[in-house]
Design a binder for this molecule. Structure first.
Ligand code: FE2
Length: 377
């Protein structure tokens, strides 16, 4: 028996050269990190964790770390002009800069991806303080987006070396049931989807687990294509979208225009109780896309039996879709900044491993109504 187990181990090591333990954190570059942190805490129910800035010896930027269950966001802003971070915000507005992935060996992750053709953002660097050490490295992906590899085996501090604990005993908003990053979607330019699919396959050892073409995802006006890339163990999923030809400007084109290039379109956050989570988020001011009430007239014919009552789903506008393995409930926020770029998805999976293909049409029509209101359709 042990021989068999040993053999299995060897096979796994050979096939997955970049084992990822999930998302460590997502860092956004924003125009005002102090106020953004307050928004994510008050509206989404994150808690204060750590801070780095001029007071901790970081001269040029301020970073606020907030957390809810396994979701960690870092909100970073430059405190001076004329630097890469200030330029990033000028070009892209608020948006995701770093997707940090948990690894066992950040040096190996960097070497494995570099020898397969990655472009280096950060050579492996060891950061130390009295709480232990963290090793970090990073590679460039689409646009100005970066994947960091984070190795924090024995680190016991609040976040990372350079950060100090941050909390406010007078402001600790209740959580909203958000648990972890389910997937993180990138928008890339015309005809670039397959290039990035290839990148994730060749450089990071990901597999293409689902494909949507413009027949699946099109409305009267606009279309897009999407391929879902998954890490070997399925802990990290990156769907990649590109625009497709339609009568009018597609939502991906609108994103690319206002983000000034490729970038993260949405982050999907998982919950175990989407009705409670969405009700709470709405009461705190998070705005969601709304499908017409007629969506619910035929919903149960389409998806069959579901455990949830239909009424609250209809009241909150929650969408449902089914695949061979089960069903999922999902809802999409409106963009969380003035540019029509980054938004969030709230998702509850009940067996389904897919991404809501059956909802695309109703959803994109809702997006187009918003686009038209902005004068961008
Ligand atoms: Fe999604």
């Amino acid at each position: 028996m042990p021989a068999v187990i040993e053999q299995k181990k060897i096979i796994n090591t050979n096939t997955d050269f970049l084992p990822l333990d999930g998302t460590d954190y997502i860092e956004l570059y924003v125009g005002n990190a102090k106020q953004a942190a307050h928004y994510y805490m008050s509206a989404f129910g994150f808690q204060a964790v750590a801070y780095a800035g001029p007071e901790t010896g970081v001269k040029d930027q301020a970073s606020y770390v907030i957390r809810q269950n396994k979701l960690t966001f870092v909100l970073t802003t430059p405190v001076r002009p004329h630097n890469e971070m200030a330029e990033h915000i000028y070009m892209h507005g608020d948006g995701v800069k770093h997707i940090a992935l948990k690894v066992n060996d950040a040096s190996d992750a960097w070497e494995q991806t570099m020898k397969r053709g990655a472009s280096s953002f950060l050579e492996p660097v060891r950061l130390e303080d009295s709480y232990g050490e963290v090793v970090m490295s990073g590679i460039h992906v689409y646009g100005d987006t970066v994947h960091l590899f984070l190795e924090r085996k024995n680190y016991t501090g609040p976040f990372m070396p350079g950060y100090r604990q941050w909390n406010n005993p007078h402001f600790q908003p209740k959580d909203t049931g958000l648990l972890y990053v389910d997937h993180c979607v990138g928008n890339v330019c015309w005809n670039q989807m397959n290039r990035w699919v290839q990148f994730y396959e060749d450089v990071m050892g990901f597999k293409n687990i689902l494909t949507f073409d413009d027949q699946d995802i099109s409305t009267e006006y606009s279309a897009l294509m999407s391929k879902v890339m998954s890490s070997g163990n399925g802990f990290v999923k990156f769907p990649i979208n590109e625009p497709a030809e339609g009568k009018k400007k597609s939502q991906v084109e609108e994103y690319l225009e206002f983000y000034n290039g490729p970038g993260v379109q949405h982050v999907a956050m998982a919950t175990n109780n989407i009705v409670a989570t969405v009700r709470e988020l709405m009461s705190r001011g998070v705005e969601f896309l709304k499908v017409p009430n007629t969506y619910y007239d035929t919903l149960l014919d389409r998806v069959g039996h579901i455990d949830e009552d239909l009424e609250p789903l209809k009241e909150l506008g929650i969408l449902v879709d089914r695949d061979n393995e089960g069903y999922l409930l999902q809802l999409f926020s409106k963009p969380v900044q003035d540019r029509p770029t980054l938004f969030f998805e709230i998702i509850q999976r009940k067996g389904a491993k897919s991404f809501g293909k059956g909802n695309f049409k109703a959803l994109f029509e809702a997006i187009e109504r918003e686009q038209a209101a902005r004068g961008n359709l």
